[in-house]
Structure formats: C-alpha cells, structure tokens
Design a protein around this ligand. Structure first.
Ligand code: ADE
Length: 223
C-alpha cells in the first residue's frame, strides 16, 4: 500500500517512518510512504505556495497551482507504473472541517492500493482544490492543529497496522478496542506480572486458569 503525502514539512515524518512497527512494515515493503514537498511546485523564484484570501480576512491560503501540479505528478508516476490496471486510489484532505476519523474509517482505507494525504497549513487550501482533487475530507478530532501532518501520521499508523502481516500475530488487531469483535467498545483491562505490586492486586479470576470465567469477566469489562 502506498501513501502519497503532500506536505510543506516532509522532515516531520522522518522518525515516524523509521521506527517500530511502521518502520518494519516499510522495510518489508508492506507499506510505502511517498513524501512530496509541495514547495517543489511553488511559484517563481521564491517557490510561493500561499496567498491572501479573496474578499479579505485573516491568514493565508494554499494556492491552486502548486497543489494541482503536485497531484498531477502523482498521476504521472501512477500511469507509468500500471498501464493496464489502474490501482484503487483515495484522495484525502486533512482538515478540522472533515468527517471524524474512526476505526471504521481505517478499516475502509485499508482496502485501497494508494492513498493521497494532503496536509493543509495556514488557513487551509483554495476551495477549487477541494472541489476538483479531493474525494474525502477527514478530521482526527474537534481541535485545530497547525497543520495536517500529525493527522496524516495518525491515519497512516492506524491503517498500516491493519495491513496483513504487519502486526506480529496475524489478525491480532481483531480484538482491538473499537473492533467489530468487541461491538465497537473499548477493550477490557490488562495485567501482567507481578500478581501484587505495592498492595495492588491482579483480579483473582485472571489467576484462576478458568478460561470460561476469564472470558466472562473480560466481556463484562468492555466499555
Ligand atoms: N488540520 C488541522 N487540524 C486538524 C484536525 N483536527 N484534523 C485533521 N486535520 C487537521
């Protein structure tokens, strides 16, 4: 699965794509992150990417031309790579005005071959980009961040871990919080050794070895 990330700050993704489970998934070619510097498509000597809004108002908006060109560059490489069979792609804009991202969204995204993630900065992007280039707008929560880079990482992390073979034990996300298995509820509490720590005890049932009782206890603890 390929993520094409359009951003003015590709360096923010360095550690994310190198470390831990995501780093391994990329190394094993289960996922690929294609970072595209929007400024490479900027206008003029200063590679301008933003401008003031028509009609007045605070802040700057990302201009059309660099973004249309950046999207075009993705299309060109796609066409070269898969002449006979175009792969399934979804073009996503990360914005607080988008639909709320949930585990269901991640489960839906995992079925695409390629996902474009447009990271906004400033006050956002020209509406023509949203109208013409974007399939879907996503928000990771009701708060405003300085840009779409952290949301893009949130989306990629939650989707990559669902790809086949990425988590150690195949299907070990089946019992995640919010999974269908748990009826969309949060997972039960977990404990590990020691059985008692500073007077704090692990519930007896978990030490009992009675799997039916343990299962019952766990189901009862779903929130
Ligand atoms: N960009 C800024 N804030 C955001 C949010 N909450 N979700 C997605 N993209 C954003």
């Amino acid at each position: 699965m390929i993520f094409h990330v359009l951003t003015l700050f590709p360096e923010l993704f360095s550690d994310f794509q190198r470390e831990s489970i995501i780093g391994r998934a990329i190394e094993e070619k289960k996922a690929e992150i294609d970072l595209i510097q929007i400024r490479d498509f900027g206008l003029g000597k200063h590679r301008q990417v933003d401008d003031t809004p028509y009609g007045g108002g605070d802040g700057m908006l990302m201009r059309c031309e660099p973004l249309f060109e950046a999207f075009d560059s993705i299309e060109k490489t796609r066409k070269r790579g898969n002449e006979e069979k175009m792969k399934k792609i979804r073009r996503v804009y990360l914005t607080p005005q988008g639909r709320k991202f949930t585990q269901r969204t991640a489960e839906r995204f995992v079925h695409y071959d390629e996902i474009v993630l447009l990271c906004g900065r400033y006050e956002g992007v020209d509406q023509r980009v949203r109208d013409e280039l974007i399939d879907e707008e996503i928000s990771i929560g009701d708060y405003v961040l300085t840009g779409g880079e952290l949301p893009a990482m949130v989306v990629m992390d939650s989707v990559i871990r669902l790809l086949p073979g990425v988590l150690g034990k195949e299907g070990s996300h089946q019992f995640d919080s919010f999974s269908k298995e748990f009826g969309g509820k949060r997972e039960y509490p977990h404990y590990t050794k020691p059985a008692e720590f500073q007077g704090l005890k692990v519930p007896d049932v978990l030490l009992s070895g009675n799997h039916a009782e343990i299962e019952k206890w766990r189901r009862g603890k779903l929130r």
